[in-house]
Design a protein around this ligand. Structure first.
Ligand code: NAG
Ligand code: NAG
Length: 585
């Protein structure tokens, strides 16, 4: 038996413990200290649009730097192929269908700031959790998750009401109509819009005339219906130019409407400057921060406001937009460096959906992203082009620099992962899974998901299974591409006959061997018969877990309501943010 006097024993014990104290104390501190969080979300950026994902001709050194100093997730998915639902899933960690945030008609996103639809106020966003745990929170750029409920001043769906202390940006999104060059979303989708509504009016007037002549319609009713027809037609005529452009094109600072319509002058810089000012405030207050830079680029309309970027890239105007977005990323990363914040900040970079390959400018120049080897486009639920997005994370001291993970991850995983980093409990009933373990050991950690469901609107288009035999995908639908393309006219709709086709015998793909989804596993094969029932069973379990919630995409909620319309210098609806007038571009 070892016998020692108490003093000596204490000294020996101390000596034995010392190395572990020295080693463990800083890491303990690091895990206890709440890290800052910077989210960089690009609008409509394609998987193949950045150097980090293998693009050798576009210049995105700042984006690529995040991958070099952190991890690149190669199989990273959004929960929807279009922004409104996808962004709601990122913020809450849940499938949009659990929040009524899925298109049930042809409209895929909220069309007006003066719509009633929005992310329900009772949902928990990571920003709300951050705010509760002492963070200063801010969102700069695009929101597109609603604004008002019952009047133009209530801002019930505004970022301020969803956990963000500070907001500067666009409550809707950039729309090509905002360029003032005569481009319009409505025209792209319905090329004969004006002709069709004019013809409809003429036909209505003619039948009213005939009805009156042959005596089946009383004169007063005829006049009433004719006037109504003219009014409705007038409204539809104004819709693209007045309603979409002048009225929707707005920038808010907090709830104050500061610019209408949006000027592109210094727009990219203004977002960056707002981000820098936010960082300064957080540092002054001594609080950890969560800054969500939600870039307006590279969505249409294309614009460049940073001198030297127009005509800079090897890929036309669209490429110029990517490179300018990369400039913004660089400015924000530099801002962290300059303030000594980089070592304590988690940086997440991604896109809200895949590139929009059908998008063009008013002159027909390409204006949408490049989805790498993945097929299809934004708004397509069944194939991967619309949902496989760049996924880069940097977290010094946690994520090994320059690493890569091919594990299946979802943007919904960001919610629980950030909550863990803040030291907050992760609520049950969410669909995202924490990827903290995977971030610590990217090469050797498996995906936390067994199944991921791929929705297009309310329809389940595909399911992927992280099976023992690799990642498999079962497709119930396919987009109905125009011959020789991987797109439709502007966008493919989700519904059968309206942009998609349904497969009565679902198609099975083995993504581990066939990432491009070019060859199906034959339906009469042993493999198909063995695997598909298990996928269908998972689908049933998932669908049984959904409860019915009010839809945010009803016609009544999406409709434009005059009393929800914010307008500066009424009735001109015209004002300009003058805050940065004296600052050189
Ligand atoms: C790089 O990105 C540009 C811009 O989207 C695209 O035109 C080009 O095809 C991409 N190149 C490669 C090799 O992926
Ligand atoms: C929010 O409210 C709606 C309707 O009032 C309800 O259906 C939904 O379950 C609620 N969501 C949460 C997360 O509490």
């Amino acid at each position: 038996r070892l016998r020692m006097p108490p003093i000596k024993l204490a000294i020996v014990t101390l000596l034995l413990l010392l190395p572990s104290l020295v080693v463990s104390s800083p890491t303990e501190k690091a895990t206890k200290k709440q890290p800052n969080i910077l989210i960089l979300l690009v609008d409509d950026l394609g998987f193949g649009d950045i150097g980090a994902n293998g693009n050798t001709t576009i210049r995105t050194p700042n984006v690529d730097r995040i991958a070099k100093e952190g991890v690149r997730l190669s199989h990273h998915l959004t929960a929807a192929p279009v922004c409104t639902p996808s962004r709601s899933a990122l913020l809450t960690g849940k499938y949009p269908i659990r929040m009524g945030m899925v298109p049930s008609i042809q409209m895929q996103v909220f069309p007006f700031t003066a719509s009633q639809a929005g992310l329900p106020t009772n949902e928990t966003t990571f920003a709300k959790v951050a705010q509760r745990s002492g963070y200063r929170t801010g969102l700069i750029g695009k929101w597109h998750l609603g604004a008002h409920c019952s009047n133009s001043k209530d801002f019930c769906h505004h970022p301020n009401n969803h956990g963000f202390d500070y907001f500067y940006g666009c409550l809707l999104t950039l729309l090509k109509d905002f360029s003032g060059l005569g481009e319009s979303v409505l025209h792209s989708r319905f090329p004969h819009y004006y002709r069709n509504i004019s013809l409809t009016l003429l036909a209505t007037l003619a039948s009213l005339g005939v009805g009156y002549k042959i005596g089946i319609l009383p004169r007063k009713l005829c006049i009433f219906l004719a006037l109504l027809g003219v009014l409705v037609t007038g409204f539809l005529f104004c819709l693209p130019d007045y309603l979409v452009r002048t009225v929707n094109s707005q920038l808010h600072r907090q709830t104050e409407l500061v610019e209408q319509p949006i000027r592109f002058e210094k727009l990219t810089q203004r977002l960056v400057w707002e981000g820098e000012e936010f960082l300064d405030k957080a540092v002054d207050e001594g609080k950890p921060f969560l800054l969500f830079m939600s870039f307006l680029q590279v969505h249409s309309p294309l614009y460049n406001s940073v001198p030297g970027y127009r005509g800079r890239s090897a890929h036309g105007w669209y490429g110029d937009n990517i490179e300018e977005m990369d400039w913004s990323v660089g400015q924000i990363l530099d801002a962290l460096d300059k303030r000594g914040l980089s070592d304590d900040t988690i940086v997440y970079f991604s896109s809200d959906n895949g590139g929009h390959i059908e998008e063009t400018t008013h002159t027909g120049e390409r204006a949408g992203g490049h989805n790498g080897i993945y097929r299809g486009s934004k708004c397509q639920g069944a194939v991967d082009g619309g949902i496989r997005v760049p996924g880069l994370l940097r977290w010094p001291g946690v994520i090994p620099a320059g690493s890569q993970s091919n594990a299946l991850t979802s943007q919904m995983d960001i919610f629980p992962t950030l909550l863990e980093a803040m030291g907050q409990p992760v609520p049950s009933g969410i669909d995202g899974r924490s990827i903290t373990k995977l971030l610590r050991q990217p090469q050797s950690t498996k995906s936390p998901h067994d199944f991921l469901f791929q929705y297009c609107g309310t329809l389940l288009h595909a399911v992927r299974w992280n099976s023992p035999e690799g990642v498999l995908k079962l497709r119930h639908y396919s987009p109905n591409w125009l011959p020789g393309t991987e797109g439709c006219r502007y966008i493919c709709g989700c519904m059968e006959g309206l942009g998609s086709v349904r497969h009565s015998v679902p198609l099975l793909y083995d993504l581990s061997a066939d990432e491009r989804e070019t060859a199906i596993v034959p339906a009469d094969s042993e493999r198909y018969r063995r695997l598909v029932p298990q996928i269908l069973e998972a689908e049933r379990r998932h669908q049984a877990s959904l409860s019915s919630v009010p839809s945010q995409f009803t016609f009544a909620k999406l409709m434009w309501r005059p009393w929800l319309q914010d307008c500066c210098n009424f009735p001109l609806c015209n004002c300009r943010d003058t805050k940065y007038d004296s600052r050189p571009a």
